[in-house]
Design a protein around this ligand. Structure first.
Ligand SMILES: NCc1[nH]cc(CCC(=O)O)c1CC(=O)O
Length: 307
């Protein structure tokens, strides 16, 4: 039996695809999994800020096309990069147990965000990270930083920035956890929707593949994503937006925190809701509505995001 994984060629994407291959071969004796690496538009257009060139979908389109054309059976994604809606004929069918969802402060000279001197240059291209950084430290100078994790670390090491922000999960997976100087607590710095969770997409009618994926599925990750993605969908989450959200499963309940921030840090709207796990999706929609009622709509519309 064979299964082909469409994957981006970045070291993190390859690590995640290799991980899924190993897990699948471990639970299904006799299954041979093959990687089909490809370059996506998002990987090629590294010079433009992500927000200007079409947002998140850029990293997944080629992989989705490969599945629709039968050149691959599954695609392995960082759920952070996956738009809220999948193209006709495809679906997200398994989510792995989550890695650390936090953002990481990475620097060669300073031990924490608070320890940075006035006016320090920090690298990030994420509107979400920018809004939260500026709200905490209005004095910082934020410069664009793109590329895969290794490229971003190299630019830090070359001295282009005093610090950069990255997802802890990516650093941990790549064996670079020692680069994390401060693990940002979700109370101060809310991660991206889906951060730390790997998801697997396949053709909707491909029952064989869906059955093969079942043992990898994690119910907690599913609940987390239901709440976070429902919130994101109502906040215009189709492209890159200054929206953060994090759900935690606490016993039979889910606690969802959300945030919308102006990229200049001048306004940050936050909220939190708790409810039964079975209501995760409704909770996401309710929290989004609450944030909109508190002024998140103005922030998003000012950025040209229809809500
Ligand atoms: N935008 C790129 C991206 N997509 C997912 C991760 C990290 C891994 C994850 O969130 O599971 C990263 C790198 C980063 O933001 O530092």
């Amino acid at each position: 039996m064979q299964l082909r994984i469409a994957t981006r060629e970045s070291p993190l994407a390859l690590w995640q695809a290799e991980h899924v291959k190993a897990r699948l071969e471990e639970v299904h004796a006799g299954l041979a999994v093959e990687l089909v690496p490809m370059t996506t538009a998002g990987d090629q257009l590294l010079s433009s800020p992500l927000a200007n060139i079409g947002g998140k979908g850029l990293f997944v389109k080629e992989l989705e096309q490969a599945m629709l054309e039968g050149r691959a059976d599954i695609a392995v994604h960082s759920m952070k990069d996956v738009p809220v809606k999948q193209p006709d004929g495809l679906c997200l069918s398994a989510f792995l147990a989550g890695e650390d969802p936090s953002d990481a402060f990475v620097s060669n000279t300073h031990a924490s965000l608070d320890a940075l001197p006035q006016g320090a240059v920090v690298g990030t291209s994420s509107l979400r990270r920018q809004a939260q950084l500026r709200a905490l430290r209005p004095d910082l100078v934020i410069r664009d930083l793109r590329g895969n994790v290794g490229t971003r670390l190299r630019k830090l090491d070359e001295g282009q920035f005093e610090a950069i922000m990255l997802a802890s999960a990516g650093l941990i997976r790549l064996g670079l956890a020692q680069r994390i100087r401060e693990r940002m607590s979700a109370d101060r710095f809310l991660p991206a929707i889906g951060q730390g969770i790997v998801g697997i997409e396949c053709r909707e009618d491909d029952e064989r593949t869906r059955r093969l994926l079942m043992p990898l599925h994690d119910a907690r990750s599913y609940t987390r994503l239901m709440a976070e993605r429902a919130m994101n969908a109502k906040l215009g989450g189709a492209c890159q937006v200054p929206v953060a959200g994090h759900a935690e499963v606490l016993g039979s309940e889910v606690r969802l925190r959300g945030l919308v921030g102006a990229p200049d840090g001048s306004r940050v709207v936050r909220g939190e809701l708790r409810g039964a796990q079975a209501r995760a999706e409704e909770l996401g929609e309710e929290l989004a509505q609450r944030l909109l009622d508190q002024g998140a709509g103005d922030i998003l519309r000012q950025l040209g995001i229809p809500v």
